[in-house]
Structure formats: structure tokens, C-alpha cells
Design a protein. Sequence first.
Length: 87
Amino acid sequence: MQLVRVLNRYHLQVEIWERGAGYTQASGSSSCAAAAVAVRLDLCEPALTVHMPGGDLQIEVSPDFQVCMTGPVVRVATVAMHAGAFA
């Protein structure tokens, strides 16, 4: 579930709650979906920024609703797993 607020024609604010995971700080697929809907409803321009607590993404929506997402890649954790977990 996404809660989306249109800040202006170039910016959306998105909060995300994922089934099974709970509150999520950022999601690329949620950002793309929210941007595509905002453009389809003519609430935003096709090139916009989606703001989330985990960071911002730049989204471009083409006239045929293909979506291009650009943003940073950030390490959020380092995890060690026992080799048996892959058996």
C-alpha cells in the first residue's frame, strides 16, 4: 500500500507499507507506480522526483507509460550467512 501526496507538478511524497514486511523506507516499484498514476491523472509532469524517507528517485514516464527510474545505490546492511542456508 502506498500513501501518495502530490507536492507539486514535479514532486511526489510516498510512504510505503508492504504486506509481510511492514513499513518500508523506499521502493523503486512503488515509486514508479505512483509516478505513472500521477502522470496519468495529469497531477504531475512526466519527469518528476519521488521523495521517500529512504531517499529520492527521479522518475520519467513516457507517453506510452514506459517508466525509467534513476537514483542512488546505497548499502543498507552487511550480512553473513551460514553456507548451509543455501543447501
